[in-house]
Design a protein around this ligand. Structure first.
Ligand SMILES: [Fe+2]
Length: 486
């Protein structure tokens, strides 16, 4: 292996750190590497060409008060596959907030589990006051570039997908100057457009926008809500974007005191907005459904007069605090898929009648669904779901889910080994939707190592085709993406 250190950072975290999300699979990294000629177990397929991109939360500085795993600075990882070989790079996302905190060697902004008033800086980014944009949540490939984004809204930071060279922020036309945009912008593979949304404290509380395949802002629309909400994801079809107004939002009475604490309102319905795309003027149509919270959607498509939406329905979005556990332990239960009980679910919105039908698709707790992105917005047959690690915000494997039958086939990692969000990478010249590979990075806390693992997307239970050893154990995080561009 040919290993070069790009930059080495100092960690100011305590040497005997015992925070559950800064140790184990979440142990932060301090070194940026470029590595070539990585050791491979098995044989890398010659027809796997592209980049597995993984964003992670990677703190270097103690928090002002209580550290939450979504507070860490974004660190992007890229495993590039080319002609049967693999190379690796990792870089911190050099956000304005990251650079400002590194310059002074301390945290300047309060984290998501702290009161904004604890921030040392008055300014900030995002859907609530005095917050840092860590650009640590998501990564999306648009116009051949890797865009990182933040779940509470911020800038879209552009990078070369393979070298991770920073390319500045995406220009969204100055239309979203303060809130920024949310994580989970979507790219329509048929048009190359980037579809995005933004949410925040001020009316209209939710906005939707589209960038063209040429990178120009071509359309924005207000989607007024009755108050601030916490939408995390969206979906789209050929003619519509699907946004949401779910009954999990900041407690009004606590917000008056400067505290931002999500509360579930089971007496309110879930509401889904069907927004015309492509700048077509038209009414935003709302559909009501059973109350829940949805962290992630899988896909949406049009079928006759209906829009079909697949996602994960939380059967227990309101977790009752357990008095035997500490405040921190209760806080982190909200990150455990088996606690909030998310299961595959399908909603059908009838544009003719205005009615919504919905159905549970599986009894299994699953989340973080991925599809072959070349069919996004169209009817897909296969999705790939993370199998949750009980008690943790982590995954122990991946399940290939049949969106037609509801059946699944699973691949499980050994005990002590965790998976990242797993992407589907179509093989060169693919002729079927599942003709390709599943790619993920593992965090092995038993042997203190990470591999980038390649599975057959049509038969993941058969086990790894190839495993690429990375220079050091990667810190766990949230989202990943596949770039067909090198
Ligand atoms: Fe997400």
């Amino acid at each position: 292996m040919q290993l070069n250190v790009h930059e080495r950072f100092d960690s100011r975290l305590p040497a005997d750190d015992d925070h559950p999300y800064r140790t184990g699979a979440w142990r932060p990294q301090c070194v940026e590497y470029d590595a070539r000629g990585l050791d491979v177990t098995g044989q890398l397929p010659e027809d796997l060409n592209g980049v597995y991109l993984r964003n992670t939360e990677n703190p270097l500085l103690p928090s002002i008060g209580l550290y939450h795993p979504f507070d860490g600075d974004g660190m992007l990882h890229a495993v590039t596959f080319e002609n049967g070989a693999a190379r690796y790079s990792n870089r911190f996302v050099r956000t304005e907030g990251f650079l400002a905190e590194q310059a002074v060697g301390e945290s300047l902004w309060a984290g998501v589990a702290e009161a904004p008033s604890a921030s040392l800086r008055e300014d900030g980014w995002g859907a609530r006051p005095r917050m840092k944009d860590a650009s640590s949540t998501d990564v999306t490939v648009y116009r051949g570039e890797a865009l990182t984004s933040f779940w509470m809204c911020g800038d879209l930071y552009r990078h070369d997908p393979s070298t991770l060279e920073p390319l500045g922020c995406a220009d969204v036309g100055g239309e979203f100057p303060r809130w920024g945009v949310s994580a989970h912008p979507k790219v329509d593979p048929r048009t190359g457009e980037l579809l995005f949304f933004s949410y925040g404290l001020e009316h209209p509380h939710l906005r939707y926008g589209e960038l063209s395949a040429a990178g120009e802002l071509q359309h924005t629309v207000d989607v007024p809500l009755s108050g601030p909400r916490l939408p995390h994801d969206m979906a789209f079809t050929e003619h519509y974007a699907v946004l949401n107004d779910l009954p999990m939002f900041w407690d009004d009475s606590l917000m008056e005191h400067g505290l931002y604490v999500p509360r579930f309102h089971p007496e309110l319905p879930s509401r889904f907005a069907i927004v015309p795309r492509h700048g077509v003027e038209g009414t935003v149509r709302w559909f009501e459904a059973e109350p829940t919270y949805v962290l992630h959607f899988v896909n949406a498509y049009e079928e006759g007069d209906e829009i079909v939406l697949d996602g994960f329905f939380q059967h227990r979005p309101a977790i009752v605090p357990d008095r035997r556990r500490s405040f921190e332990e209760n806080l982190f239960r909200y990150l455990d898929v088996t606690e909030f009980q998310a299961r595959p679910h399908r909603w059908r919105f009838d544009l003719r009648t205005g009615a919504c039908r919905e159905e549970a698709r599986s009894e299994e707790f699953r989340e973080f669904g991925m599809i072959n992105d070349t069919v996004a917005g169209q009817r897909a047959r296969w999705s790939y779901h993370a199998i949750p690690a009980e008690g943790w915000f982590g995954f122990t494997g991946v399940a290939r889910f049949d969106l037609e039958s509801g059946s699944e086939q699973r691949f499980d990692l050994p005990a002590g080994v965790f998976a990242s969000e797993t992407v589907m990478a179509p093989r060169d010249g693919a002729v079927a939707e599942d003709d390709g590979y599943l790619v993920t990075i593992t965090m092995d806390v038993v042997n203190d190592e990470s591999y980038c693992v390649v599975l057959d997307a049509s038969d993941p239970a058969a086990g790894p085709i190839a495993s690429v050893r990375l220079p050091e154990r990667v810190c766990s995080g949230t989202h990943a993406a596949w770039s067909a561009s090198l």
